[in-house]
Design a protein around this ligand. Structure first.
Ligand code: SF4
Ligand code: SF4
Length: 370
């Protein structure tokens, strides 16, 4: 089918990260530093993306600050004409490096905050002292007059702290706060029993968010995403597969979404071998679930199929064992009861130990990379 022009590009510059969040969206098998695209490779990708119609790039990771050439990469993205957004844990950045990123053309910064309680925040990040450094960096962002968004991934241990999280974002001068529940594939699926909130927590959180959105109306934008396991209808994941955005891994593989590698049998093409436009238009991985022709019932004949595109393919695989199935978070799916039961079971487990992304709890101070 004809592919629409993409608007956004998520550039995973590296899978290296000083933190080890147990809900990290990076794959279970992380890519090696030796395989990462170099500065020239990323600059070429950005020029190709702009030629295709892409407007903004999210410089992400892992921790993008782990790249010594982050400033050069940012300049290349800006010079290509992209709006540049840095998604960072803040570890590996300071006001000096931030100033140089701003000079290089950085437009916007998103800083992840794990919790408002420093101990809980450092525990989920797997890094002592991370919380204080995040706050100092966020203040540096607004101190330089740059636009700031605070990201908070929500789970059982911090969902009762929404008010203090939003208040903290406001006090840091953020213009937006994104409250996103953990998405259960990859690392988060492995940690589901330790992360899943209870139904009662979700209900309280939704009421709290309504109050917060009313209180901060006109001052702070509060975006929130309900956890799929407790939803009635699925989200239009990625705005539709291969429809609006693409994701490039550190080594140059082009994915329709960051979790697409969890789906067996999909072949991902690389920017090392083919043009980005060729991959976007013809790659079997993008073609597999683009549009609606691949859908089975009940999606195939559903009035919402052009609105939510059947939900998340990775979640369909994780729960139904079939990436072409209706996302079980939809109450029209025959497996909707299963996902609700899984949520109840996971929440009832009350597990407290995390499987950290690739390593045990670590202490010490990460260097600033310059
Ligand atoms: S989610 Fe945590 S571990 Fe994963 S890249 Fe972000 S800061 Fe690093
Ligand atoms: S049946 Fe499919 S298209 Fe219809 S609402 Fe559910 S997920 Fe969306």
């Amino acid at each position: 089918m004809n592919a629409p022009a993409p608007l956004g590009l998520l550039a995973e510059l590296t899978h290296r990260c000083p933190l080890a969040c147990p809900y990290c969206s990076n794959p279970l098998k992380l890519e090696d530093r030796a395989d990462e695209l170099d500065t020239t490779g990323w600059a070429d990708v950005f020029r190709q993306a702009v030629a295709m119609g892409v407007l903004q790039v999210h410089l992400s990771g892992g921790e993008p600050a782990s790249r010594r050439d982050l400033i050069e990469i940012t300049r290349a993205a800006s010079d290509a004409g992209l709006y540049t957004n840095l998604i960072t844990s803040a570890i590996g950045l300071d006001a000096d490096r931030l100033g140089r990123l701003k000079t290089a053309g950085l437009d916007h910064v998103q800083v992840s905050i794990q919790d408002t309680d420093p101990t809980g925040s450092d525990r989920i990040a797997g890094y002592d002292g991370a919380h204080g450094r995040k706050l100092a960096f966020a203040e540096a962002v607004t101190g330089l007059g740059m636009a700031l968004t605070i990201n908070a991934v929500i789970h059982r241990a911090n969902i009762d702290h929404l008010t203090t999280l939003v208040d903290l974002a406001a006090s840091l001068g953020a213009g937006r706060v994104e409250i996103a529940h953990a998405q259960y594939y990859g690392w988060a699926l492995r940690n589901r029993d330790a992360l899943m909130p209870t139904r009662a927590q979700i209900d309280r959180a939704m009421q709290e968010l309504d109050r917060l959105q009313a209180r901060y109306a006109g001052r702070l934008a509060i975006d929130s995403v309900l956890p799929d396991y407790y939803a009635r209808r699925p989200k239009p994941c990625m705005g539709g597969w291969g429809r609006r955005s693409l994701n490039i891994t550190p080594s140059g593989l082009v994915l329709p979404c960051h979790a697409a590698q969890t789906i067996p049998g999909l072949a991902f093409w690389s920017v090392r071998d083919r043009s980005l436009a060729d991959i976007w238009t013809h790659s079997p991985a993008f073609e597999a679930f683009r549009g609606t022709a691949w859908m089975k019932e009940p999606c195939r004949s559903c009035e919402f199929r052009e609105l939510d595109f059947g939900g998340c393919r990775c979640q369909a695989l994780a729960i139904a064992g079939d990436a072409a199935a209706t996302d079980p978070s939809c109450d029209l799916s025959p497996l909707h009861g299963r996902i609700q039961a899984l949520a109840q079971q996971a929440a009832a487990e009350q597990a407290t130990e995390y499987a950290y992304r690739g390593r045990p709890m670590r202490t010490g101070v990460a260097p600033i990379v310059s």
